[in-house]
Unconditional design. Structure first.
Length: 188
């Protein structure tokens, strides 16, 4: 099986420490779990004692119309009545463990993908410590590129917002998954 794995890893600074995270919904998709996402993630959290705000955190899309809870506890958009997705954001360590717990070939591949991602991050951090001038140059180049593309990015963002609003997508991610083909730089 020569699967392409493309799970977005995001980096955030928490308590002055850089940490990497993944969206559990993406992980669920790549692991091809045969269980409804919400049940799967809740089961994994409970069964393996993962701790909120340590191993993962929960986020809800910000809706302009507001949200309300139905009698069954599910959040829905006040205006459209559509169910609002709850996103579970996992630390890389939790994601690796969850992938291993699936006890299948894809789980092993996803775990190895995260290990490689972590190693690449560590290599970049080592390079930054060894040669700060190189990182400063990269930062300068990045800022110049951002400035040069500012107007283009604003137009693009405005177009996406209009499309999301007109089609009543829950999140930008929902829209992108529907329209964009899956691509990846990482081969297994």
């Amino acid at each position: 099986m020569n699967e392409i794995i493309n799970i977005k890893v995001i980096q955030k600074s928490i308590d002055n420490e850089k940490k990497r995270f993944v969206n559990a919904r993406e992980l669920h998709k790549w692991l091809k779990v045969g269980k409804f996402f919400a049940n799967w993630i809740k089961d994994r959290i409970e069964k393996y004692d993962f701790v909120e705000n340590l191993d993962y955190f929960i986020t809800v899309a910000n809706f302009g119309n507001g949200a309300r809870k139905r009698a069954d506890g599910i959040l829905v958009d006040k205006k459209t009545g559509k169910v609002i997705s709850i996103e579970y954001i996992l630390t890389i360590d939790m994601a690796k463990e969850v992938a291993m717990l699936e006890n299948n070939e894809l789980g092993k591949k996803v775990r190895k993908y995260f290990i490689r991602t972590e190693e690449r991050f560590k290599q970049v951090m080592r390079a930054a410590l060894e040669n700060p001038k190189f990182i400063n140059q990269l930062s300068k180049d990045f800022k110049e590129t951002r400035e040069e593309t500012k107007d283009y990015r604003k137009d693009f963002t405005d177009s996406i917002k209009k499309c999301v609003s007109a089609k009543h997508y829950g999140t930008y991610t929902d829209m992108l998954y529907e329209f964009l083909p899956s691509t990846s730089a990482y081969n297994q």
